[in-house]
Structure formats: C-alpha cells, structure tokens
Write a protein that binds this ligand. Sequence first.
Ligand code: ADP
Length: 640
Amino acid sequence: MTTISKDHILIFTTEEQVNYLLERMLLSMGYTVALCDDYPSARESIKNQVPALIILGEKVEGGNGLDYALELTRVLPSAGMIYLVKEENPETLKNAMRAGINDYLCLPLKADDILKAVQASMERARQRKEWVLLEAKRATVNLQRRVDELETLARLGRTITGSLALDNVLSLIVDAAVELTAAEEGCLLLLDEASGELYMRASRNFQDDFVKTFRLPIQDTLAGTVLRTGNPVLLDESTPQKIKTSYLVQSLIYVPLQLGGHTIGVLGVDNRHERPPFKDKDVKMLSAVAEYAVIAIENARIYDENEQARSKLETILTNINDGVIVMDNDHHLLMANRAAFSIFNLNDEDHTGRKFEEIFNIPDLIQLVDLNNAAMASRAEITTENGSTYNAHVAPIEHVGLAVTLNDITYLKKLDQIKSEFVSTVSHDLRSPLTAILGYVELIERAGEVTPLQHDFIERVQNSVRNITKLVDDLLNLGRIESGFDSRKEAVSLDQLVRYAAEELLPAANEKRQEVTIDIPAPISSFFANPVQIRQMVHNLMDNAIKYSPEGNKIDLRAVVEYNQVIIQISDQGIGIPPADLPFLFDKFYRGGNSLEVSGTGLGLAIVKSIVEGHGGRIWVESLLGKGSTFTVVLPVEQG
Ligand code: ADP
C-alpha cells in the first residue's frame, strides 16, 4: 500500500538542466525527489510513492504540461502543484490557475523563490489534507452513529421476535427510544378502552408511583391529540404552545402506535431540563421504534389468544370421557388425554415424543393403527381386560399425523346382547307352535273334503307359516352365529362342502330350468372352518342367485385357492341390484327394491356376512341392473 510522503516531490518536465538544478536544491532542502518526463512514468512514480507536491514543467514528453495538470489534480487532489514557466505570461498563468495549479516558478530559478513556493504549496497541501481528514472523520462519526442506531433497532427486532414477555419487551422498547433520541425520559401510553384514558404501560426514568397512578384523558391533552389524529408531535420550548402532558417538560416527541389503521397508544420521549432540541430525524427514529412496539403488542395479543384457545381445547380434551390419542406420522405421541390412559389402566404421566406402540402396547390397537392408510379412516372394536368394549376410530389428520378416538360402547354391546338373547328366546318359543300349526293345517285336508276356496286358503296359511318359520330359523341362525355359539372350526374339505351346499339347491334351480355350473379346479382340503356355517353361507348365496334370476338363466359357482386364501364366487345373470341398495345389502332385514316379487326375510346376507367375518374374511358384490350379480367371498386359509 502506498502512503502520502510529506517530504516527497515529483518533478515532471523535460527541461534537463532545470531538473538537475531543482533536484539538487530540493535534496539539499531535505526533500526526496522523483524525476519524470512523460505522463506514464509520472503515474508509475505516483503509484510507488505518493508526492506531497508536483512541480510541472511547461514542456513534458508528448505535449504541454498544462494538458496533464487537470488529470493529476483528479488523481491526487490533496497534492500541491507548482507550474514552471519560462516567462511570466498572464495568459499562461490564467490557464494554469484554471487547471488547478497553486503557484508558479519563473526561470531563471532562484533558491529563495523555490524555497518560498515549495513551502507555501506544501503548507496548502497540508491544510487541504487536514481538512479532508477532518471531513472524513466527521462523516465517519455520523456513519458510526447511524450504524449504532440501526444496531439498536435490529437488536429490538431480535428481542421482539425472540421474546413473548410483553412487559420486558416494552421496557426495552422505551429504553431504546430514550437512547436513540438522547432524551431524559420516555414512556409508552396505551388506551384503556373501559375508561377512555391513557395509562403508562412502560416507562424509563419516571417514578414508580407516578407510573402507577398516571392517567391522562384523551381530550385536551397532547398525547390524546396524537391518539385521535394519528399524527406525531414534536414540541420544544420555542414552540408557542402550552404543553399539556400532566407533567412539566421542556421538549417532547409523541408518535402514534398504529395497528391496522387504528391508533392504540402513544410512544413518547421528553426532556424536563434544557437539552439539545429534538429534530425531525428523532421523530423518524421514534416512529420506527413505535412500529416495533406495535408488533410486540400484537404478537403478545395473538399469543394470548392462541394460548387461551389451546388451553380451552386442552381442558376439553382432558375432561371428555372418550379417549383421544394423537401421534405424528412416525407414531411419536403428540398428546393423549387422561381417558385414553385410564381405558388401558396406564399411568398418565407425560409420554409426549415416545413411540405410541411403546406406551399403548395393545395388539388390537397397534394393528388398527398399522392398517390405517393415509387417506382413509378405519375402525375396530377393542375389548379391554376388564371386559369393556371400545369403538376405536383412527383418522389421518393433515399436517399432524393420526388421531385415535376410543368411544365406550360397552352399554351398546350389552343392549345388543340382551336384544339378541330376547330374539333368540322368542324365536325358539315360536318354533314349536309354528310346527304344530303347519302340522294341523296339513291334517285339515286329510280330515275331510275341502272346497277349492278352502284349499286355496289352506295353501295361503301354509305359505305364510313357512315364511314365518324361515324368518324364525334365520333369526335363530343369526343369533347363534353372532353370539359365537357353535363356532368351532375344524379341517374341512371345502370343495365337498361347497358342492353339497350347491347341490342341495339343484331341485329349486331345476324347477326354474336354471343351469348351475360348479367349477372347483383343484381340491381344497385342509381348510380350517366351521362346516355348518360354510354350508349355510354357500346355501344363502346360491339361494339368492336362484331367487333373483329369471327362468332358464345360468348360475356359476367357482372356488379357488390363491395366495393362501380361498376365493368363492357366485355369479348369476339375473335381475341385478339397484346401485342405491348396494351399501345396505348386508344389513339385517334389508331387502332391495328388486325383491318385491320374491319372498324373503332380509336376513340371508346378514347371516352370510357374520359367517364371513367370523372366519376373518371379506365379502363384496358387483352388480349391474338387468345383467346379473357376482358375490365374492375371500377367506384366509387358516392352519389347524
Ligand atoms: P332376502 O331374504 O330379501 O333375499 P337377503 O339378505 O338374502 O334377503 O338379500 C338382501 C337383498 O339383496 C335382497 O332383498 C335383494 O334385494 C338383494 N339380493 C341378494 N342377492 C341378490 C342377487 N343374487 N341378485 C339380485 N339381488 C340380490
């Protein structure tokens, strides 16, 4: 790096003799000297050592010295410049002044003249340099002050975003306001909506008692005016106005705290004693600080609101009787309420962040959560050790994870059981009188001749009694299956079982001239199931296929084993099922809109569904109105 050398002089001229003379004289005066005769070498020399003075000749290599004077002044504004002329020509000297030359020397050179000119130019250069340094220093001080102010503002910003303790933040804001405006004291006044007065929310250098009791009406006060108009106010002792502040001050600034077009308070600084007056720049600074105050107040309000809503929600969740468990997508517990823990007899300490499976080690619940796919809710009944039954429901929650709710349905289960037992008992009690009625009705015709009308009535009675008997049988069957009674499973030969069940119905199919094909490509042995129920299941599905298909149609039964599961499919080309009926088809007593002409109880498919579920399988139907239906049953091949 090059520095200005205060004793270095550059001589830039082609006059060799003059150069020689000057150099000797200047060296003897204690200066260092560099000699150049063209502009490039002059620039090079300046780069190596910056001169405090340049002595420029009239003639230089490649032109007139004055041609380079302006350029040199631009490169080295602080250096002095002396012009060396052969004779004093007013025109030349005028041009030299215009080109920024400070002095001139005229040939022949006299030691005394040189000394005076050099010293005077050096002195001017020194003064100029000092002035530049002073200016730079002043600018630096201003800049430093700006930097300090910006740093204070940035610090405030960080404090506001990093802290929710409003008292603390507002105190820091008032401190910053006082510091940045070099004021004596400062305060933040907020509007008390109830009384319509301003109170002091934060302050600096005010007495505590004064702060506590401070109340300022918004009429006829300066702060009130700022609040009402939303405009800042700057007052000092020269302002011809009585300062209404409720305390005596010499000068003050009030700026409004504005939120969404409303003024919610006032930030103020003041001086009670004489101090340098406040300036517009202080108002700007205070307005910037006021914006931070508004952000802090608004942040605190939003936080309070959220906190209240959160704690309300927490109270609700804690106190409801249903168990609620919420976890993220990786099954880390986010929250679980007291009920959830007490259902499984677990202690309800804070388990947040732990794996759900570790805390709720309930196989059925874990399976339900594992089965849950991101898009769909799923449910299962979970029975606890104390015999209570819960409806567990898993639902995905966007951006959160999964929520499990556990609803106690023990009383419903009990009710259902009582109802089933009642229906079973009644059905059972009805069966004997029904058999008796049927027997006696059959005997009527044997007891004597009956008229054709009487015969018709007898047939109607027989049909009705048979229908009731079928209903009673179906109810008894369903009751037995649902209660789990007689659900023993054994290794069965499924193909034989299916064949028997289907063949049982061949007479009914023949009567309607329907063709039944049974397709079981490979024997299905070692299948573990309840033979009576499987037979009943195939019977009901085949019975429906026959009932709901017109005469002469085709019915196909197909059974195969694929991927360790048995698939049984019964297809007909019958009347099909109206789409609106499809969701309810397997409900108890539900009969479709297509069944008007066909007798039935609405229990056949409910029984089938219970059997399928009892075997851990699934059933579904595909149907096209007027084209036919296909019922598919998939059962897992259980190992005995
Ligand atoms: P139902 O005694 O009425 O046959 P189910 O429970 O067996 O009772 O069947 C319920 C309803 O499903 C029937 O009323 C009928 O509307 C419809 N359904 C069942 N199987 C078939 C089928 N193969 N073709 C058309 N509709 C059927």
